[in-house]
Design a protein around this ligand. Structure first.
Ligand code: GAL
Length: 425
């Protein structure tokens, strides 16, 4: 009789565990989860917060944080490519939503279709349709976005502008007008850093000259990459670059060091994605609006050039179940609220409460408002607009420009467009 009661109790206990999915999943998951990204050092706190949240929920999983340092993934993306081609994928990796994901790893059949996660979690209407489209290929969804970053932002220090008697320029003409005044005062008007940050500046200048429609048309084949408009982009870029430190110390500066120069008052302006807000707030401890100010990069007011960091499920990746749990966490409101306030980005989830001032500071609230009201354009340098065959060659176009000028650069760009198939048409 006693034995029977014991069996019954055991069965009841087993059933109880089986019907509470959270309990079983958390208890069962174990082994290693390797998360690959370029969020190391100063870029690390947001990812670390998300990993801490995961560790709390899945204590038996050992998270390996494989971050390869280098802004915009310059080093990490090369390492990743080698690993993916060599059949050694990490459990999951940071990849930009858009062509970097679909035009690179999805077309090569390296990723699992994870639409089932969206269905299980009821997410199909929880992310902006445009972002879902950017992660989709032939009817499947291939990653989960953790954030939305803005590329076209100009940063400055309000107190310094006051000291120099200037205002944040709304147009490149306004900027070019104050450029000599700043140079005479021994201040670098616009600070740039290593190569990719110069490309980053270029996409904001291109957006300024072409407008959102022209920029978007470039990637659908409706705007000639060698045509007059693009030559005008390169010419304007040359004027802007002449007001920078490009021939001085640029190549030795990381994006953080370029930001530091602006904070120190050695430079007036910097065009950088809003991870710079994360750095200035989280790492440097500055208050948005006081320690640093921001505006859309000149001539791009009303347009939000977006990019989104996402994570997917590589085929044959180690520890699939623990990876799915990671993807579910980073796509949840809880995960996005842990990550984004530290990162300088806004949540991709449309139901996250960005008006919550305890979490989202003044910069982030303004970014969220612009995201909701502006015309959208996708970033080239951060993987949304073009595949890696094109973006990997962008340095060649830039070198051509520096050596041979605007028309030569536009002509080379047309060739690379044709070879990579990145520019539609
Ligand atoms: C971007 C990435 C951002 C940030 C930045 C600087 O490509 O999307 O999250 O890490 O590079 O490294």
């Amino acid at each position: 009789m006693k034995k029977k009661l014991l069996y019954t109790l055991m069965i009841v206990a087993l059933l109880a565990v089986a019907v509470v999915p959270g309990v079983t999943a958390q208890d069962e998951l174990s082994g290693q989860l390797e998360i690959f990204s370029w969020w190391a050092g100063d870029e690390g706190p947001a990812l670390e917060a998300l990993i801490a949240l995961y560790n709390g929920k899945y204590p038996n999983v050992e998270v390996i944080n494989s971050a390869v340092t280098g802004g915009s993934g310059v080093n990490a993306r090369a390492v990743l490519k080698t690993r993916m081609l060599g059949g050694e994928p990490p459990s999951t990796f940071q990849v930009h939503a858009g062509q970097e994901l679909t035009g690179t790893y999805v077309v090569a059949d390296r990723m699992e279709d994870i639409t089932f996660i969206y269905e299980e979690e009821g997410w199909l209407d929880k992310f902006p349709q445009g972002i879902l489209d950017a992660m989709s290929y032939e009817g499947g969804i291939y990653s989960v976005p953790v954030n939305i970053h803005r590329s076209n932002v100009m940063w400055y220090v309000p107190a310094k502008l006051e000291e120099w008697g200037i205002e944040a320029p709304a147009t490149w003409d306004d900027f070019l007008a104050v450029c000599p005044t700043l140079q005479e005062a021994g201040v670098v008007p616009l600070v740039v850093g290593e190569a990719w940050t110069v490309n980053h500046l270029w996409e904001s200048v291109a957006l300024a000259v072409l407008g959102a429609d022209g920029w978007n048309a470039l990637w659908t084949g409706e705007l000639d990459p060698a045509g007059e408009e693009m030559v005008a982009v390169w010419n304007r870029f040359g004027e802007v670059l002449a007001c920078s430190n490009i021939d001085d110390d640029a190549s030795g500066l990381s994006w953080q060091q370029a930001t530091d120069k602006m904070i120190a008052g050695d430079a007036a302006f910097n065009i950088m994605g809003d991870w710079a807000a994360g750095y200035m707030t989280t790492t440097l401890g500055l208050t948005p609006g006081e320690g640093y100010g921001w505006a859309p990069s000149p001539d791009t007011g009303g347009t939000f050039m977006w990019l989104s960091d996402s994570f997917g499920l590589p085929k044959d990746a180690p520890n699939r179940d623990a990876t799915i749990a990671w993807l579910k966490l980073l796509g949840s409101v809880e995960g996005q609220d842990a990550f984004n306030p530290l990162k300088g980005s806004i949540p991709a989830r449309i139901d996250a409460d960005v008006t919550n001032a305890d979490l989202y500071n003044a910069y982030l609230q303004s970014a969220a408002a612009d995201w909701g009201s502006n015309t959208l354009a996708s970033s080239l340098v951060h993987g949304a607009a073009a595949n890696e065959n094109f973006s990997g060659e962008f340095g060649t176009i830039m070198e051509t420009f520096r050596e041979a000028g605007a028309e030569a650069a536009a002509a080379v760009m047309a060739e690379i467009c044709a070879d990579s198939g990145a520019c539609g048409g």
